[in-house]
Structure formats: structure tokens, C-alpha cells
Design a protein around this ligand. Sequence first.
Ligand code: ATP
Ligand code: MG
Length: 577
Amino acid sequence: MRFSQVFLYTLRDVPADAEVRSHALLAQAGFIQKLMAGVYTYAPPMWRTLQKISQIVREELNAQGAQEAMLPILQPREIWEESGRWERYVRDGILFTLQDRKESDACLGPTHEEVVTTMVKRAVRSYKQLPLNLYQIQTKFRDEIRPRFGLMRGREFIMKDAYSFDVDAAGLDVAYAKMRVAYTNIFRRCGLNFTIVQADAGAIGGTGGSEEFMVDAATGEDAILVCRTSGYAANVEKATSRRPAVPSRGEPKPMRRESTPGIKTVEALHGMFPDILPGQMVKTVLYVATYADKLQDVAVMMRGDRDVNEVKLANHLGALAVKLAEEADVRRMTGADPGFAGPIGLRAGTRLLADGSTEGLRNFLCGANATGYHLLDVNIPRDLPQPELGDFDTAMAGDGCPISDGTLEVTRGIEVGHIFKLGTKYSEAMKATFIGEDGKDHPFVMGCYGIGVSRIAASAIEQNHDEKGMIWPLPIAPWHCEVVQVVFKDALQREIAEKLSTELEAAGVDVLYDDRNLSPGVKFGDADLIGLPYRITVGRDAAQGQVEFVERRTGATEKMSIEAAKQRMIDLVRATR
Ligand code: ATP
Ligand code: MG
């Protein structure tokens, strides 16, 4: 394609709201334009990349026996009522809802479990029709609280979502394993460095396992705990660890109340009582949990040097959400100013939980539920009965690996894919059953599998760029190479560049031919910014049949014959197939 005819207009400046390089570069190169918060137009070069990613996704899913379909974006409220998710998604604010002229409620699909389950339950009657795996590559809508980083977190974005239907858990295991293989191939082929991590099943829920595919990137929104010894890797939302032990404070001493005016944090308390380590204190963290039909006050006892993992807490409670208590909530639960909460003497009706880290602590320090006071030398069960124990602890770098004697490190990643074993959560709720070999009705055993197609494109640039611009991995580059004719007016250069481009295209190489009447400097600058993986420069030596072959990533430049450059490019592209 000729640059002069492509809708591709680079900008001089980076948009002011770009916080990460991928966003800045995609916008500056004219690949994306913001229409409103979290909503972007994809210019033709961007669309070429998105289609190449989609094609890789298709090939790998088809290879595992999945079938492509296309499900509606516009969905009726009824099916979301059946699954029980309407209220939760509306409350979360994630759902874009609307009404039609008859005032029926509908939404724009943020995900498609309801639609696909409806589709399958109406069509599939017998176990003989299973297993099934259906997918689509479709625009999704989520009214994200913080749309940002360009395509990374859009409110309108492209997702591949797949849904498997099996007769039993063993069938689901097979479907899940196949998707895991497909995903590994997809992200590898897209040229991404990624880690597979254990994940929380989140709002989509389900009973079985769940893993995320995380592109390694310092700007990633997800924290991941990894162990180099065992290979353990888990999203911080899910990770467990061995906590560092704290020295015991000896035999139980009598509990006493100390005046601690204005001393509200673990650090300040350690300052006042230097012989009590933060790990020998208990902080009582207060939350309000939201359920479909009520709010519930919750207090969590946590070792002073550790933090509450709110995802684990919400899962344990089976709550729709948990929110840190605000000042008024704190006063209601404790009768005191914030900073003095403790497990003894909380208002009745507050559900008290204790993290495993507090188990066995002796003579600990905690809040007294009275402004300006803490309790010292508190002991369970002498001073209060053992509260309900659970794992509410946030794993941290430096903790012990849960499955080896290694140490956890923290890295960051961008979630590009997520695979879940749903089980029968949706099929039961939506009465989606098939007749089994035994002649009885059984709910479908389901899995769901998402890939952020538009997020992959952004992640690829987040991982592959330099100060000059983007560096596209060859398999997803909008074009495989750019042919640059250096001097616009030079007829011989033009002839050679045109012929080379045509021949490359004929051999299956996607070429962007820069035929514009611009200075070489501008053309080279654009080539670096747009970041096609290879550039063939037709310049001064063209008369001698020589061109320059430039690798964008390394800048390595080689002079060679036109024929050799052509063959090199053809071979490179063939190797990706
Ligand atoms: P996140 O935790 O990043 O909000 P999620 O867990 O809600 O994502 P899923 O429901 O698992 O997302 O969606 C499947 C995939 O779709 C994700 O792995 C991610 O790659 C992509 N995705 C999700 N939300 C967005 C978004 N707002 N913009 C772009 N891609 C997204
Ligand atoms: Mg997810």
C-alpha cells in the first residue's frame, strides 16, 4: 500500500492525557483517536493489527475445535435477571443500560455468559451434542470506573470470549486444558512475554480454577507474586504465602488499658511501645459489606505488619463488595474516633473475623474501642473467644513461597487473557440442561475464556518500543515492512521501490510503501514512530542495484542487492506462519 493513500497521519505531539507509552505512541502515530473517555476510533493501520491478532486467535481456537459465532451486543434484562447478575452489575456501575421505545430494559454486553447459555439451552438437548466450545470476537462495553491507558482499559473494547459446554467436570477439565494450550500459542505468536498466574474468579464467578495470562510490564495494573524456585505465580488478589514469624511475647500477662491519645497507627504505637513489634500488634480493620439484600458491618483482625486482601475478604463473606468503613461507620461500630478499633467491645451486629496471621499471638496490643485508648497484653481465648478464622492476608514480596522454601518476589503485569472453570453456576441459575446418558436432566458444565484483543495490541507496544517509537512484533504488525523511497523526484528510485513493493506484496509480504513527497528525515522519523519491524530504503545506491535493509528493533543496517532484500523479507514473513 502507498503511504500517500493510506489513512495514516502522524502527530507532532503526544496527547496530554497519555500516561503510558503504548497510549502515547499509538495516538501519536495516528493509529487511535479518542472519541470520549475509554472510547477510541481505530484508524486503518490499527484495524489491520487488530485483524491480525484476531486471525491468530481464530486459528488457534479453531485448532482446538472451538467454533466461531457472533452474539448480540444488545441484550435483554430478562436473561441477566435469570442469571442473577443484573442487580450486581447495575450496582457496580459497570453495565451500560438503556430502554427501548416500549420501556423494556436492555444492556450493552460487558460479557456474554447469559446470551450464550440461552443460545445453547434452546438448541442442545442431548449429551450426544456435547462437548461444545463457542466463541466470538466482539465489541464489549463496560462503564469502567477509571478508563485509562488508551486501549488498555477502554469502556468499549474488543474481546474474544469463548464458552465451553460439557457433560461433567472431567469434560470441563479437557476443555480448559485445550484453551490453555490455545492461549499459550496465541500470546507466543503475538510476540508477547507473558506469565500464567493463578487468579481470583472475580465477579464472573464459578467454582473451579482460574488462571490469567499476564504480559510482563512495569506499567501493568496487576501485581503478581512469583517464586523463582518453584515457578509459583499468582495474582496478588489470590496469592498465599508463608509469613515471616514474629517472636512470642511469652506467658500471658494481665490485660491492661493504656492511654494513647492521638496514637492511631501501628507505626505510632511502635514508637510509643518500642518493645512491641508491629507484628505483635493486631489492627482491626473495619468494612461495610454489600449483599443483594443488606449491608453488613465487618471487622477483620489482622497482624499489625500485614494488610487485608479485600478480594479474599469479599469471597469469604460471599458479599457483592466490601468497602473500607468511613468515619461514621467507624463510630457506629466502635463508638470511638477512627484509629482505636479493637476486637473487644464492638457494637453487637458487627461480624468479627480474624486473619490466620493473628492466630496464636500472645500478649498482643490492639485498639480499645474508646477514643485515645489501646489494650495491651490481650490473649485469646482468655479475653475474647476465638473469632472466625480465615485467610484475609495480602501476600507480599519477601514472604515465603507457599509451595517451596523459596521467597516470593513481586512483578507487574497486564492481564490479556483469563480462563475460568465456571462449573454449573450459570446453567443452574438459567435452567440450562441436557439429557444425559442416564436419561435424566443435567446442567451444562461450563467454562469461559476471555482475551483482550485490543488490549493485546496496546500490550505489545508497552513491551516493544524505544524513544523513537513503536516496534511491532512481526506477526501483528500492520505491515511487515516499509519501503522508503528516499528522494521523491528520483525516477529510478521510484521505479525500483514500486517494483519491489509489488513483488513483495505478490509474495505475501504486507508492504507500506512511503511514496510521499517529504524529506527523507520526516519519512525516517515516521518509519521509526510507526515501527514496522523492517525497513528497506531505496536511496542513493539504487542505481547500483543496492538497497538498505534495516531492522527496526536493533537499528542494524545492511547494504544488499534488491533481490537479497526481497528474499530476506519473504523468508522472515514465512517463518511466522
Ligand atoms: P480487569 O481485571 O483488567 O478489569 P477483567 O478481569 O474484568 O479485567 P475479564 O472479564 O476477565 O476482564 O475479560 C477478559 C479479558 O478482556 C481480560 O483478560 C482483558 O484482557 C480484557 N479486558 C477486560 N476489561 C477490559 C477493558 N476495560 N479494556 C480492554 N480490555 C479489557
Ligand atoms: Mg479477568
